[in-house]
Design a protein around this ligand. Structure first.
Ligand SMILES: Cc1cc2nc3c(=O)[nH]c(=O)nc-3n(C[C@H](O)[C@H](O)[C@H](O)COP(=O)(O)OP(=O)(O)OC[C@H]3O[C@@H](n4cnc5c(N)ncnc54)[C@H](O)[C@@H]3O)c2cc1C
Length: 295
């Protein structure tokens, strides 16, 4: 019944695994996976699932998720087909599934400044807004002006000051069934070469300091106030620590990487050990930035 419904409203698969859909490359089978073609289909799907009390999870590029091996008996909705964008009067309108690194590069070529900070963040517009993702002292909160949200069965535009943006936080953390559908971002004009050079320099620095050649979900922990998670992890001797197929990166100790067929269990075992030791040594509770799902 669910399968027949979803097949009518998007590209449907019943043979997808989280390990194919997440940058950490972990996680088990998904009972139902669907990619709506547009926001009207998305609306119909979400309303059907809510009415029928069927669990669902909206994902972008899966770059902040750690998913367990057990079967997920709900519906994963990928927004990768909501990928239109255009610029009008220095305002970018982008759908939630637009991949940010490619978008940042395309904007830079046209001399539009806004997403330089995000050029190396491998997520979609919706995921970056959900997380208020940021780097180099910039974050989505600085550039987003309005967000179109699917909420209670209808589409609404929220202004940025209604979104409760904070450090890796937005209103969407408190409303997990709301869906970011599209957004408007304010752009400014700059020399394309200056934008491209800045982004290239930052991408080069990322390559030098982060294990980008290995599957990860980016920084595992949030930085505690006035401190850095990687420093605390180093101080308890966990750089390079290995458990099963998962390892604390030698290159950046706040990245936990999937070396070889690692599981969420291996990953979380390391997370809990680090949290316990840091709590014991400093009285600080490190909070995960990566989101656990279905584990
Ligand atoms: C190598 C690497 C480097 C990274 N560097 C950074 C960095 O510098 N700064 C930073 O902040 N993060 C960084 N990250 C983490 C990650 O890329 C960000 O958190 C990003 O915002 C996640 O976007 P996503 O589309 O992949 O979201 P997903 O991982 O797919 O989803 C994350 C959460 O957002 C929700 N979500 C996704 N789309 C929507 C939507 N349309 N509506 C409602 N909810 C939605 C999901 O349900 C989930 O709860 C990095 C990750 C990697 C792998």
């Amino acid at each position: 019944m669910i399968k027949e419904f979803l097949q009518l409203h998007g590209e449907y698969h019943d043979d997808k695994y989280f390990k194919e859909l997440t940058t950490l490359k972990m996680g088990g089978h998904i009972a139902h996976f669907v990619m709506p073609d547009d926001k009207q289909e998305l609306k119909v799907i979400v309303n059907y699932l809510k009415t029928n009390r069927i669990p669902f999870k909206v994902i972008g590029n899966g770059s902040n998720l750690i998913c367990g091996e057990s079967e997920y008996n709900g519906v994963v909705i990928s927004l990768k087909k909501l990928n239109d964008y255009h610029v009008e009067d220095d305002i970018l309108y982008a759908e939630a599934g637009v991949m940010v690194p490619a978008l940042a590069a395309a904007l830079a070529k046209q001399g539009y400044s806004a997403l330089e900070f995000a050029a190396g963040i491998p997520g979609c517009i919706g995921g970056l807004i959900y997380m208020n993702a940021g780097a180099y002292k910039g974050s989505m909160a600085d550039v987003v002006t309005e967000v179109e949200v699917l909420k209670d069965g209808e589409l609404f535009w929220f202004t940025a000051d209604e979104l409760n943006f904070g450090y890796r936080h937005s209103i969407f953390h408190d409303h997990p069934r709301w869906v970011v559908v599209s957004a408007k971002l304010k752009l400014s004009k700059k020399d394309p070469k200056a934008i491209e050079d800045l982004m290239a320099d930052r991408l080069r620095r990322r390559k030098e300091t982060q294990p980008l050649d290995k599957p990860s979900a980016g920084s595992c922990f949030r930085n505690p106030k006035d401190d850095f998670a990687w420093k605390l992890i180093d101080s308890i001797g966990y750089r390079g620590y290995r458990q099963g197929g998962v390892c604390v990166s030698e290159k950046h100790s706040n990245f936990i990487v999937n070396e070889e067929n690692g599981t969420a269990e291996d990953y979380l075992n390391i997370v809990y050990q680090i949290q316990d030791k840091i709590k014991e040594k400093y009285g600080i509770r490190l909070v995960m930035e990566v989101e656990k799902f279905n584990c």
